[in-house]
Structure formats: C-alpha cells, structure tokens
Design a protein around this ligand. Structure first.
Ligand code: ATP
Ligand code: MG
Length: 427
C-alpha cells in the first residue's frame, strides 16, 4: 500500500528541530513578558466573514485561504494570520473597554502559497498586538522590543530594520491614483503579473522583487510626499524616539504591507541570509480595523515574526549540539528485565527528589557498548549502570561521560546527592 504523506507545504518538526523551536519560543515569550505583554489564545478556525471583512483586497484573503463548509453549512476558514482573530477575540471578551491591552500569541497560520525555502502552507507566527495607544511611543516600544529579541536570540547582526509611513486612507487614495498615472505610459513594458497587481492592489507593486520594476520605480512618486499632517507628525516623532533609543533603521518609502487595514507606521525586519524570503518580522498600525469589525474605534499596532524564517537564522548561529546537550542529564544503562525494572524504580525516586533533572532509562536489550554510545549521543553527563553485581549489592554505578574519572559505585542516596551537587551547582 502506498505510504501516506504529509500535505504539501505542511511540514513536520522532528525532535532535533523542536529544540530550536523551544529555544526560540522560550526567549520570545519571556521577552514579551518582560515588557508587560500578556498571552492570549484564540481558535485556528474562524468564520470566513471575519477575514473577508478585514482584508478583502489582499491576495491572502482572495487567493490563499483554506475555506470550507462545515457540516452545518457555515463557511469557515483556517486563520491565515492572527490580527483579525485577535481583534475579534478582544471585542468579544470586552478587553478593549477596560484597559489598553498589550497582548502576544503564537501559533500556526495557513495560506495556500507555493512552498519554498521560508514559505510554507502551514507556518507559524509569534505576534504582539497593542490596543488603545495612539502615540508614536508604542510604535517605538514594539520596535525596541523586537530588537531586544534579536539580541537575546543572538541574531542581531543578521537583521536590519526598515520603516515607512503609509499615511491615512486619503493618502493612499491620492497616491495610488498618481502611481497608476505614472505607470499608464509604461504599461507596454509590464508583464501580466505586475499589470494584475496594478489592477488589484497597486501599492503591492512597490515591493515587487523584479529589478526592472524597481528601476522604473526610481522615477515614481513617493508616498512620503502624500502624507497627511497627522501621519507626518506621528512618523517624525517615531524617528525621534528611535534615534533616542539608539535603534538603527532605514526609511524605505517603498515599504508597504500586503494587508488592507494598515495605516501610518509600517516596518519590517529583513535579512540578507535567506534569499528572496527576506522578511523575518513585519508590523504596523491598523487604527481602523476595530471599527471595521464592529466595535468603537480604537488605535492599534502589532507585528508578526515568521517563525520558520527566524529558526533558519538561528540555525546559522547556534549548533544544535549545544541545545541537544542540554536535553538529557543522566542515562540509565540496564541489562535485562530485572535490571530495567529496578532502574525504572530508582529513576522514579530520583525524579521525586530532583524534578528538574532529565533522566532517560534505556529499555532495550542492546550490548553495553551500544548503550554507552547512545548515552554519549544523548548528551548525558552521567551514565548510570545497573549490572548483575550492582543489583545484588543494591547499588548503582555512575560513569562521568564528560570528564575523565573512575567509575564510582554507590547506594541510591549517595547517587542522588552526587547528581544534586553536579546539576544544581551547574544550573
Ligand atoms: P511575504 O511578502 O513574504 O509573503 P506577507 O506580507 O504575506 O509576507 P505578513 O502577512 O506580513 O507576510 O506576515 C508576517 C510574516 O510572516 C512575514 O514577514 C513572514 O516572515 C511570515 N510569513 C508570511 N507568510 C508565510 C509563509 N507562507 N510561510 C512562512 N512564513 C510566512
Ligand atoms: Mg504573502
């Protein structure tokens, strides 16, 4: 029978990879907490209408959504991003009335796109969303938060920041009109893809990857010349605060966002290490979305980190041997059924006393040699050995796999003390 495979673009994350994910997720959540952000969770499936109402013109909603009818005939979609769901959840749970929530979440998102390096159909985002703060200070805070994150993850040299302001709705209407006028006489030189973009979502032409389009754009009008006064003041103040905080950035007047609801500040952290999937984190303001989704107007801003791309960057800096070594502390080497059962009982007693210890009992019947190889590969510091003589004498032998020293034999109590002294001191 043919083997069943995973769905195209939906990838497994095997154990040697989850080490990286855990490492990143722990640093990310603790950094979010260190700025007073609270975690929120919401479903992976929403009413299709939620995404249609928030984002109609985007490719993401019009072409990339996984939409299906459930057995009751309702149209549901797998979430292609988290912002709309987060806003829905905040409205539904009355979170916007009380305070100015600063929230974070992470989890899988789904988009039907062409899978390639850094692009998959199920991918993961870690995001923050902040509601109710109008001033540029919050824009600066989330940018500073993200830059601290890169530093804590050890990838600060691999990413750079681009910022822009896309003004208000009127800015974009006037600008789009002039951009279309600019391209009108050039239409003969444009391929179908760009012509379609010009028709569907003209601002997206600005971040086209085509060199030809980029060189044509040299002569195009710039959105910065179309900003309303409020957006301009907001952007100038953001720049002032970023300077004050010592954050380097480039103003990229061609930076826009793929989603309809953004306004004022937009920003991206990009990298030169990943080829064309070069945006690791993208964010911006969306001051009108909440009203659009039926609640009282409320300013808002957020960003999303593409976790797959982040992990690719982290892998370039950290050897997973280092992470692997942290995973197992002690490895029980056993010989035969009696030895295995005794080891399991000892292991439980050790875990009772040292809950933070990672202790693995080998349950197979391999030779001593191959068990020691496994123990070594697991990264364990100590191999605990339970042969016939140890069983008879009610003791355990302990071999240090990392430092040259004599193998020691001792009773369980002394073993627990030894392990405690070693690992508690090290941690
Ligand atoms: P792109 O231009 O790369 O398609 P986007 O504008 O569609 O990005 P956003 O909706 O802003 O992306 O999502 C935020 C981040 O999530 C992106 O910067 C990227 O890191 C990540 N991301 C988006 N789509 C995917 C995908 N299909 N696979 C992996 N990561 C993704
Ligand atoms: Mg996209």
């Amino acid at each position: 029978m043919a083997k069943i495979k995973s769905v195209r673009g939906m990838n497994d994350i095997p154990p040697e990879q989850t080490l990286y994910w855990r490492y990143a997720e722990e640093i990310i959540s603790s950094t979010f907490s260190s700025y007073g952000y609270q975690e929120i969770r919401f479903p992976i499936v929403e009413s299709t209408e939620l995404f249609h109402r928030s984002n109609q013109a985007s490719d993401m909603v019009s072409k990339e959504m996984y939409t299906f009818e459930d057995k009751g005939g309702d149209s549901l979609s797998l979430r292609p991003e988290g912002t709309a769901s987060c806003v829905r959840a905040c409205i539904e749970n009355n979170l916007l009335r009380v305070d100015t929530p600063r929230l974070w979440y992470n989890g899988p998102m789904f988009r039907y796109e062409r899978p390639q390096k850094g692009r998959s159909r199920q991918f993961h985002q870690s995001s923050v969303e902040v509601f109710g703060v109008e001033g540029s200070e919050i824009d600066a805070e989330i940018i500073r938060l993200s830059s601290r994150l890169w530093k804590r993850l050890g990838i600060e040299d691999k990413v750079y920041l681009e910022i822009n302001s896309i003004g208000n709705e009127d800015t974009r209407l006037r600008y789009t009109e002039d951009l279309l006028k600019f391209f009108e006489p050039l239409k003969g030189q444009l391929d179908d893809d760009i012509l379609k973009k010009l028709n569907d979502n003209p601002l997206r032409v600005l971040d086209s990857k085509s060199e030809k389009i980029q060189s044509l754009l040299e002569g195009a009008p710039k959105i910065s010349d179309y900003l309303d006064e409020d957006s301009e003041t907001h952007f100038k103040k953001l720049i002032k605060i970023l300077d004050l905080l010592g954050i380097s950035y480039d103003v990229n007047t061609k930076l826009v966002r793929g989603l309809d609801y953004y306004n004022k500040t937009v920003f991206e952290w990009k990298t030169n290490s990943l080829g064309s999937q070069d945006t690791v984190c993208a964010g911006g303001r969306y001051d009108n979305l909440i009203e659009e989704l039926g609640a009282k107007p409320c300013p808002a801003i957020g960003f999303s980190i593409g976790m797959e791309r982040l992990i690719l960057l982290i892998k370039e800096t950290i050897d997973n041997k280092y992470l692997q070594n942290q995973s197992i502390d002690c490895f029980f080497v056993c010989f035969g059924e009696k030895s295995i059962l005794q080891a399991m009982m000892y292991a439980e007693q050790i875990r009772d006393r040292i809950p933070s210890l990672n202790l693995k009992v080998n349950l197979g019947s391999e030779s001593a040699g191959s068990q020691f190889k496994k123990a070594d590969k697991s990264g364990a510091r100590f191999a605990l050995i339970l042969g016939d003589s140890e069983l008879d004498d009610r003791v355990v032998s302990c071999k240090d796999l990392r430092e040259k020293s004599e193998q020691e034999t001792m009773d369980l109590e002394s073993l627990i003390n030894k392990i405690e002294n070693t690992f508690i001191k090290e941690r």
